[in-house]
Design a binder for this molecule. Structure first.
Ligand SMILES: [Zn+2]
Length: 638
């Protein structure tokens, strides 16, 4: 009997060739990578630190141009044809059936309507238990008969199966569903001495909701915000980056994504968001009960691109509930009729109801509720929530106006919708809804706060300011982020309770040029020489990037130019001399200064095929050359 020795895998001729080819390809790829990166002003996009430095440099550079120049907030008509052409009327969402079980706070029981028609009811309750953002478990079943209650202790949410005998039917009736409440076992820490009565906070957010979009599609709610609550709606509230995280990181931590640990999924480092300085943690130490409610967990703000949390960041957190209820999103993707419903209730309404229940708990409270399902795919959908939201806000006013800060906000405007193809749509993307109502108690103590807030409605403001404002309202300014853009006189994030200088500019507030709506973007007509030149420069640049891959990547050629816009720094930038008063509130203006750089935005189509690109291109006037960066190009039909 012969014994065969196991053959070493790398001794095989075929495997050796594979290894050599792999190493050679890696070297070629690396060379091509470093080569194309060198041409980008030494920006190594594979290194996070270099991106941070790059952005800081850019801000510092543009601060030299726009410091003290203030912000010309674009005056956009919410009802202009350019945007209303995309409005559609959406029928109300009808959620069928009747949920047998509802929970209120820690008690769940069969609803009277079912009890009055059905006998011999037996319900089996199973807790939906959060393990981590990626995992939850279903607890063991507990049977409860008739009108007896089930008390939530292990989690805030349950899966329920019931059966009984309906009076009009000989067959047994059955119901399966989910319910949410608040487990009785959460006991917030004792507040530090003297901090027992600090104020409460409710932040109610809607995904993809521009200020103008809210005015158009949520007229009743807007009216309640304005006329009943007397909320201040910020006209110069500008995003600081792309997408939901770019708004929520600053609002909830006071920092940008880049300033926080790198927890992107693609880094494969298993780091989670748990050690980031979220406001939830600070407030827990302050004796607050906290809630973070977000729907659509399969595209969660902190889970879609990031590793999510290992432990729930707030006392009350619906991630496990929604993962179970939506079958990890399958309910949504199957496009079933009831995708906007949880049982017999529209999902947005469930979010409002559970937020209301939360506010009725005792002790100090902080809630962040973020509704995405009705705005994410089609902004027109939000209109179905108008009446309920208006009603909710009215109730809020009756009950909580004394001691609760209210913020109703959007994270950014429409991003994928057709409306973004219009100039106004682009600006609306950068100008989300931000409505703030100060608690009465605060107005009595800080007598100038309300006036300052109203004045600040016409000044450039950002998500960083919202974080600073919440801390100020809660008397926790020791946690304020005092970061300043290099060369700036003001902190990046400023409390809205204090006067914000009118001459605050985008770069001083940490807003990069391409997000800054303050600049007046003027249409460049096709007889302007820059119309073709900027488009040609962009096509050249795209070809340049793919040069190393020429064998697989065809040379692109310009098919058409949709539009080109030229950013004129607002007239203030060109004429600003210095501050007129010591506080720097009012600018002193003189003759126009000569411009050395011009920013352009443009949208082009290239062939072969039909790639559509939007980009920011800088023209260095003095040297007659263009500067383009991959970070500032986006392919919009990919
Ligand atoms: Zn968003």
């Amino acid at each position: 009997m012969s014994v065969t020795m196991p053959k070493r895998w790398y001794r095989s001729r075929r495997n050796q060739i594979v290894i050599i080819v792999f190493i050679a390809a890696s070297i070629i790829y690396y060379i091509s990578l470093s080569d194309s990166l060198q041409r980008e002003q030494n920006l190594d996009i594979t290194r996070r630190q270099s991106v941070i430095e790059y952005i800081e440099r850019r801000l510092e550079q543009s601060l030299r141009q726009d410091k003290g120049s203030g912000c010309e907030i674009p005056r956009l008509d919410p009802f202009s044809k350019e945007v209303t052409q995309f409005d559609k009327d959406i029928p109300k969402v009808m959620c069928l059936g009747t949920d047998w079980v509802k929970c209120y706070h820690s008690k769940c029981r069969v609803v009277p309507k079912i009890l009055s028609t059905t006998k011999d009811i037996v319900c089996s309750y199973q807790d939906i238990i959060y393990e981590s953002d990626q995992k939850y478990t279903i607890g063991p079943p507990t049977e409860v008969r008739g009108d007896n209650e089930y008390v939530l202790t292990k989690s805030d949410h349950v899966k329920v199966k019931c059966s009984g005998k309906h009076r009009d039917s000989i067959l047994p009736s059955k119901w399966t569903g989910h319910s949410i409440g608040f487990r009785s076992t959460v006991h917030p820490d004792l507040p530090p001495p003297g901090r027992e009565d600090s104020l409460n906070v409710l932040i109610l957010g809607f995904d993809s909701t521009a200020k103008n979009g809210f005015i158009r599609r949520m007229p009743k709610s807007y009216k309640v915000l304005n006329e009943i609550l007397g909320a201040t709606i910020l006209n110069g509230y500008n995003i600081v980056g792309d997408g939901t995280p770019a708004a929520l990181f600053p609002i909830l931590t006071g920092k940008t994504e880049l300033e926080l640990p790198d927890v992107r999924k693609k880094m494969k480092n298993n780091r989670t968001l748990d050690d980031m300085p979220f406001i939830f943690y600070k407030l827990k130490d302050e004796g607050y009960r906290t809630a973070y409610f977000e729907d659509m967990p399969w595209i969660g703000t902190f889970q879609y691109r990031f590793n999510g949390f290992k432990n729930q960041p707030a006392d009350h957190y619906l991630r496990a509930f929604y993962l179970e209820e939506s079958n990890s999103g399958k309910k949504w993707w199957k496009g079933s009729q009831n995708k906007y419903c949880v049982g017999d209730t529209p999902q947005y309404k469930l979010m409002l109801d559970i937020t209301d229940q939360f506010l009725r708990l005792d002790g100090k409270r902080f809630a962040f509720t973020f509704i995405a399902d009705i705005t994410h795919d089609d902004f027109n959908m939000i209109s179905i929530a108008d009446e309920d939201t208006a009603e909710y806000l009215r109730r809020f006013h009756d009950r909580y106006r004394e001691d609760t800060l209210l913020i109703v906000m959007g994270d950014h405007g429409p991003r994928y919708a057709k409306v973004r193809d219009t100039l106004q749509g682009k600006l609306e993307e950068r100008l989300p809804l931000m409505a703030i109502r100060l608690p009465e108690k605060l107005k009595k103590i800080r007598t100038e706060a309300e006036k300052n807030l109203k004045d600040n409605a016409e000044v450039l403001t950002t998500p960083h300011d919202i974080y600073a404002t919440v801390l100020d309202v809660l008397d926790l300014t020791q946690f304020t982020n005092t970061y300043r853009v290099k060369g700036a006189d003001l902190n990046r994030g400023l409390s809205l309770l204090e006067p914000i200088p009118k001459n605050r500019s985008c770069s001083e507030a940490g807003v990069e040029a391409h997000w800054c709506s303050c600049l007046s973007w003027q249409n460049v007509t096709d007889d302007d020489v820059m119309f073709r030149r900027t488009a040609a420069a962009l096509v050249d640049f795209i070809n340049h990037l793919t040069e190393e891959k020429r064998s697989v990547c065809a040379v692109r050629s310009l098919k058409s130019v949709s539009w080109v816009m030229r950013a004129r720094p607002n007239s203030g930038v060109l004429t600003f001399v210095e501050a007129r008063d010591q506080d720097g509130y009012v600018g002193k203006f003189g003759n126009k200064v000569k411009q050395t750089r011009e920013n352009y935005q443009l949208k082009i189509a290239v062939g072969p095929g039909h790639g559509i690109y939007e980009a920011l291109v800088t023209y260095v006037i003095t040297e007659d050359r263009f500067e383009i960066n991959t970070r500032e190009i986006s392919r919009t039909n990919a």
